[in-house]
Design a binder for this molecule. Structure first.
Ligand SMILES: [Zn+2]
Ligand SMILES: [Zn+2]
Length: 103
Protein backbone atom coordinates (compact mmCIF):
# COMPACT_ATOMS: atom_id res chain seq x y z
CA UNK A 1 0.00 0.00 0.00
CA UNK A 2 1.20 3.46 -0.88
CA UNK A 3 0.02 6.62 0.75
CA UNK A 4 0.85 9.43 -1.61
CA UNK A 5 -2.33 11.25 -0.83
CA UNK A 6 -4.15 12.24 2.33
CA UNK A 7 -7.57 11.32 1.08
CA UNK A 8 -8.98 9.05 -1.52
CA UNK A 9 -11.08 6.13 -2.48
CA UNK A 10 -10.13 2.73 -1.23
CA UNK A 11 -11.56 -0.69 -1.63
CA UNK A 12 -11.89 -2.96 1.36
CA UNK A 13 -12.94 -6.55 1.62
CA UNK A 14 -16.27 -7.03 3.33
CA UNK A 15 -16.88 -10.72 2.86
CA UNK A 16 -15.08 -13.59 1.20
CA UNK A 17 -17.47 -15.39 -1.10
CA UNK A 18 -15.16 -18.11 -2.25
CA UNK A 19 -11.54 -18.61 -1.35
CA UNK A 20 -8.70 -19.71 -3.59
CA UNK A 21 -10.55 -19.30 -6.88
CA UNK A 22 -7.47 -18.45 -8.92
CA UNK A 23 -3.90 -17.32 -8.92
CA UNK A 24 -2.70 -13.75 -8.50
CA UNK A 25 -0.93 -12.49 -11.61
CA UNK A 26 1.39 -10.34 -9.45
CA UNK A 27 2.59 -12.62 -6.69
CA UNK A 28 1.26 -16.06 -7.61
CA UNK A 29 -0.68 -16.53 -4.40
CA UNK A 30 -4.26 -17.69 -4.44
CA UNK A 31 -6.94 -15.04 -4.77
CA UNK A 32 -10.38 -14.96 -3.20
CA UNK A 33 -13.69 -13.89 -4.67
CA UNK A 34 -14.95 -11.17 -2.36
CA UNK A 35 -17.66 -8.63 -1.78
CA UNK A 36 -16.09 -5.29 -1.13
CA UNK A 37 -16.89 -1.85 0.16
CA UNK A 38 -15.69 1.36 -1.35
CA UNK A 39 -14.38 3.60 1.37
CA UNK A 40 -13.78 7.28 0.99
CA UNK A 41 -11.04 8.40 3.29
CA UNK A 42 -9.95 11.83 4.34
CA UNK A 43 -6.72 12.04 6.27
CA UNK A 44 -6.89 8.26 6.69
CA UNK A 45 -10.27 8.48 8.40
CA UNK A 46 -13.16 6.75 6.65
CA UNK A 47 -15.85 9.35 6.01
CA UNK A 48 -18.13 7.45 3.67
CA UNK A 49 -18.57 3.79 2.87
CA UNK A 50 -20.79 2.02 0.38
CA UNK A 51 -20.90 -1.49 -1.02
CA UNK A 52 -19.45 -2.15 -4.46
CA UNK A 53 -21.87 -3.49 -7.05
CA UNK A 54 -19.90 -6.43 -8.31
CA UNK A 55 -17.83 -9.03 -6.55
CA UNK A 56 -14.10 -8.75 -7.06
CA UNK A 57 -11.10 -10.96 -6.88
CA UNK A 58 -8.75 -10.04 -4.10
CA UNK A 59 -5.25 -11.20 -3.33
CA UNK A 60 -4.79 -11.13 0.42
CA UNK A 61 -1.04 -11.36 -0.01
CA UNK A 62 -0.25 -8.34 -2.21
CA UNK A 63 -3.65 -6.64 -1.56
CA UNK A 64 -4.47 -6.24 -5.22
CA UNK A 65 -8.01 -6.27 -6.53
CA UNK A 66 -9.02 -7.68 -9.89
CA UNK A 67 -12.31 -7.09 -11.68
CA UNK A 68 -14.77 -9.97 -11.72
CA UNK A 69 -14.51 -10.37 -15.50
CA UNK A 70 -10.72 -10.55 -15.29
CA UNK A 71 -9.50 -13.93 -16.43
CA UNK A 72 -7.18 -15.17 -13.74
CA UNK A 73 -4.82 -18.03 -14.37
CA UNK A 74 -6.89 -20.93 -13.16
CA UNK A 75 -5.77 -23.18 -10.38
CA UNK A 76 -8.73 -25.28 -9.31
CA UNK A 77 -10.39 -25.66 -12.69
CA UNK A 78 -7.32 -27.10 -14.32
CA UNK A 79 -7.49 -30.79 -13.71
CA UNK A 80 -6.38 -33.99 -15.28
CA UNK A 81 -8.11 -37.31 -15.31
CA UNK A 82 -5.98 -40.23 -14.21
CA UNK A 83 -5.98 -42.91 -16.86
CA UNK A 84 -5.66 -45.71 -14.33
CA UNK A 85 -8.12 -44.88 -11.53
CA UNK A 86 -10.12 -42.20 -13.43
CA UNK A 87 -10.07 -39.69 -10.62
CA UNK A 88 -9.51 -35.98 -11.17
CA UNK A 89 -6.10 -34.70 -10.20
CA UNK A 90 -4.79 -31.14 -10.22
CA UNK A 91 -2.91 -30.36 -13.40
CA UNK A 92 0.42 -29.64 -11.76
CA UNK A 93 0.70 -33.12 -10.28
CA UNK A 94 3.13 -35.39 -12.05
CA UNK A 95 1.91 -38.53 -10.37
CA UNK A 96 -1.59 -39.50 -9.34
CA UNK A 97 -1.94 -39.02 -5.55
CA UNK A 98 -4.52 -41.82 -5.42
CA UNK A 99 -2.89 -44.65 -7.32
CA UNK A 100 0.65 -43.37 -7.88
CA UNK A 101 0.67 -43.79 -11.64
CA UNK A 102 2.39 -41.23 -13.87
CA UNK A 103 0.08 -38.62 -15.37
ZN1 LIG B 1 -0.98 -11.17 -5.15
ZN1 LIG C 1 -4.79 -42.66 -10.41
Amino acid sequence: MFFFFVGGLQQEVRQVLKSAVGKCTYCGNSVDLVNSDKVLKLFFVPVWQWPAKDPLYHCSYCKNFFPYNYSLPATMEETLLCRICERTVEADFRFCPFCGSEL
